[in-house]
Design a protein around this ligand. Structure first.
Ligand code: SAJ
Length: 441
């Protein structure tokens, strides 16, 4: 066997041994709601973990054992930092001392609905500057199929090292669901696909040291596509539920009753619910990474485009409902006091990203409404340059119309029904209440 071949085998064996003995020095780039929980799991498993983030504030808070991620209490983070198993830095030269790196940086959409790859590119450029033989690199950021092989791999090959021999490169989709009480990083099955079989096996071995279940697949593209299928599935089915709402609304049928009854089918059906639109940093965005890529391949992702259109129309549908409800009460939208209940993108969280509530409020404001809102998770927000602060729930009673946009559990719906003069309910939050003052989606 040639010396080169022997050296290659040695590289893989040495990295394998480091991983098996937990001696591998683990790096996590991007300490957000994905990266920090992952860093904690590997630190818990006994690895020495270095978190790398461009935010000095994040690095400082991690090193102080002060968690800013809801799923990681400071009581969990602190001891791992004190024991030396976890520390954070903004200095990418730390890569020189690392054996593995997981890249967990954001992949937003541009306004043109094109993928914004800038965070992946800048992270990989920094990693490539300090990259060395014997490393396992795993991209976790949601992206279009082909990113790992077409964008990341060439940046690492510039080192002259060979993938699958001198270093190992994989993709593994993040599946973190912030606030999920049942499924957290450790017990969510982890899909991983490598540039070569040896890469896939190294990725499988790595995750199996800290996570309960690993699902190896044959390539990085398969792994990239798995995530997009998961979230495109959701987005399209939510679009179907919204279209059902539009159809039932036109036919005077209660769509919520239809869905609840359909959901009694014990097989072959999964309920999704209509709403004021699609918010969050995953579902409205991930499918457009796929449709952008398929367009390059000359294939139109028609379901994605159609569902995106329908979901995007829901804020307008809600505002028309409000306008018609006020009209039936002899009031124009212009000058009416309209109080929005809940502005976060989904219940019981504080995240405003892509929240449809912002679209609804903007449309109502442009029709001349006098806006106020209540959201226990969002004390203040900026709407087209206007600073709004959350009012006490009681203030809803003084409004000409209340719109339930996000159905937080903390709201007192009974009191709202007793006191409000008109309520448009976009979430079926008032399912148990009957009143001619309630207008449902
Ligand atoms: N929504 C509806 N109708 C539904 C479900 C959701 O209108 O039936 C709306 C929500 O109100 C929200 C948006 O869609 O505005 C997205 O909601 P989501 O429940 O999909 O929550 P996300 O955005 O937090 O999605 C995450 C995703 N997790 C990852 O990407 C790792 C998604 O894959 C999960 O399935 C989802 O959490 C979850 O199940 O909680």
């Amino acid at each position: 066997m040639s010396e080169a071949k022997l050296a290659t085998l040695a590289t893989a064996k040495i990295l394998e041994a480091k991983i098996r003995t937990r001696g591998a020095r683990v790096g996590i780039v991007g300490l957000g709601y994905v990266g920090l929980p992952l860093a904690v799991e590997f630190a818990r498993a006994g690895f020495t973990v270095t978190g790398i983030d461009i935010s000095g504030e994040k690095a400082r808070r991690v090193n102080a054992g002060d968690s800013y991620v809801g799923d990681i209490p400071s009581s969990t983070l602190g001891p791992l930092v004190e024991s030396g198993n976890l520390h954070a830095t903004t200095d990418f030269s730390a890569v020189l001392e690392l054996d593995t790196i997981n890249i967990c940086v954001p992949t937003p959409l541009r306004k043109t609905k094109d993928p914004d790859m800038s965070f992946i590119v800048s992270s990989c450029q920094e990693i490539a500057r300090h990259f060395h033989a014997g490393m396992l690199i795993i991209l976790e950021s949601t992206t279009y199929p082909g990113t790992t092989d077409e964008l990341v791999l060439p940046m690492l090959l510039k080192s002259g090292l060979q993938v699958g021999q001198d270093f190992f490169l994989c993709f593994s989709p993040e599946r973190v669901d912030p606030g999920n009480p049942k499924f957290q990083t450790a017990n969510i099955p982890k899909v991983v696909g490598g540039c070569t079989p040896a890469c896939t096996e190294m990725g499988r071995l790595f995750y199996s040291q800290a996570l309960q279940s690993v699902v190896p697949v044959s390539s990085t593209q398969v792994a990239e596509m798995v995530k997009l299928l998961e979230n495109t599935f959701r987005m399209i089915n939510i679009g179907l539920a919204n279209e059902m709402a539009l159809m039932c609304g036109r036919m005077g049928i209660n769509v919520w009753e239809v869905i609840d009854a359909a959901a009694t089918k014990p097989f072959g059906f999964m309920p999704f619910y209509p709403g004021p639109g699609l918010g969050g940093h995953c579902i409205p965005i991930d499918p457009f990474y796929l449709s952008w890529k398929t367009r390059q391949a000359g294939i139109e992702a028609r379901f994605i485009e159609l569902a995106g259109y329908i979901n995007g129309q829901m804020p307008h549908f809600v505002v028309d409902k409000v306008q018609n409800a006020l009209n039936d009460a002899g009031k124009p939208v212009k000058g009416s006091r309209i109080h929005v209940m809940g502005v976060a993108y989904k219940r019981d969280i504080d995240d405003l990203r892509e929240s449809p509530a912002l679209d609804v409020m903007m449309l109502l404001r442009r029709r001349g409404a006098v806006l106020s809102y209540s959201d226990p998770y969002v004390p203040a927000l900026l709407l087209e340059g206007m600073n709004l602060t959350s009012s006490p729930e009681d203030s809803a009673a003084a409004a000409d119309c209340v719109v339930i946009v996000t159905d937080h559990s903390a709201f007192d719906y009974r009191k709202l029904v007793e006191r409000a003069s008109l309520i448009v309910d976009t979430r079926n939050a008032l399912k148990g209440f009957a009143s001619d003052r309630i207008v449902r989606l």
